[in-house]
Each structure stands twice: as structure tokens, then as C-alpha cells.
Design a protein around this ligand. Structure first.
Ligand SMILES: [Zn+2]
Length: 159
């Protein structure tokens, strides 16, 4: 989505997306937004729509409302993911620090995931989804995590 004033050199009624002249018509209605498993409709938006390429250009107020709704949706999707990670972690009887030792990202990573302050990478989410279905694999993963040494410690600079 674009706002019309990003393109000050356009002729009146010219579409900023496809360049068609006289193709813009008034738009008033709702537009969809999707993130994770959630989809919403943002209602009562106003602007213009191109009849040729079907791109919509919202006025400033509607554009700001649409972006705010997108931010809120991303935040909700993060909270959903965090709640799911917490459910699986508790099922496995792991502390947040123990879960972070498996997932990486530092000792406080799981706390940040579960409260929606950070977005886990897909590998973390997929690992805990797998452990949810196959909790018998936990011992094996704990063993692997304990022996994993990602950093070389050396007194020499640049090693
Ligand atoms: Zn167009």
C-alpha cells in the first residue's frame, strides 16, 4: 500500500502503482490483514482504488489506522506464539533457563518469547512443536545442548 503524496509528479487521477490515467475511483470499505493464524478486517477505510491494477491508496488517517492495526496484529500473533511455547515448556517441566539452554538466544530468551517481547526464530518454534508431539526426545536434546560449544575461547585475539 502506498500513499498518493509519495508521488508528487503524478497527473491528477493517475495511478501511482501502474501509471494508468483516470483509473482511480473513490474507495470506502474494509481491507484484510493476516499474521500467523489470525486474519482481521480493518473497517471503515477511505481512499482511492485503481480500477486497472486494483491497488488501494488510503488517505493519511486511514493509512495510519491500517498500520496501527497491522502492528497490533503482529503483537497478538507473537503473544499466541509465546503462549504456545509456554504451554509446551511447562508440559516438558522445563524452567525458562533450561528451555533457553536448548533453544539458544541467551538465558532470558524464553522469558522474552513468552511475554511477546521477542519473536522466536522458526527453528525454536518448530523444535518445541516437535517436542510437544514427541516428549520422549527431550533427554536426547538436553544431552546434545549440554555438549554444544558454539564459541571458541582463546586468549589470542581474532581466533
Ligand atoms: Zn493502477
Amino acid at each position: 500500500m502506498t500513499t498518493a503524496h509519495d508521488y508528487p509528479t503524478l497527473a491528477p487521477g493517475q495511478c501511482p502503482a501502474c501509471g494508468a490515467v483516470g483509473s482511480l475511483v473513490a474507495f470506502a470499505g474494509s481491507l484484510p490483514l493476516a499474521s500467523g493464524n489470525r486474519t482481521i478486517e480493518v473497517p471503515q477505510l477511505v481512499g482511492e482504488r485503481c480500477e486497472r491494477c486494483e491497488e488501494t491508496f488510503l488517505d493519511d488517517t486511514s493509512h495510519a489506522r491500517y498500520l496501527a492495526a497491522a502492528d497490533e496484529l503482529v503483537h497478538q500473533a507473537r503473544l499466541d506464539a509465546g503462549a504456545e511455547l509456554r504451554r509446551v515448556r511447562r508440559k516438558l517441566r522445563l524452567s525458562q533457563h533450561e528451555a533457553a539452554a536448548i533453544a539458544g538466544g541467551g538465558p532470558n530468551a524464553f522469558s522474552r518469547y513468552e511475554t511477546g517481547k521477542a519473536q522466536p526464530v522458526a527453528a525454536v518454534f518448530n523444535l518445541f512443536r516437535l517436542l510437544d508431539r514427541h516428549p520422549d526426545l527431550l533427554g536426547e536434546i538436553l544431552e546434545a545442548a549440554a555438549s554444544f560449544q558454539p564459541r571458541v575461547k582463546s586468549p589470542l585475539r581474532g581466533t
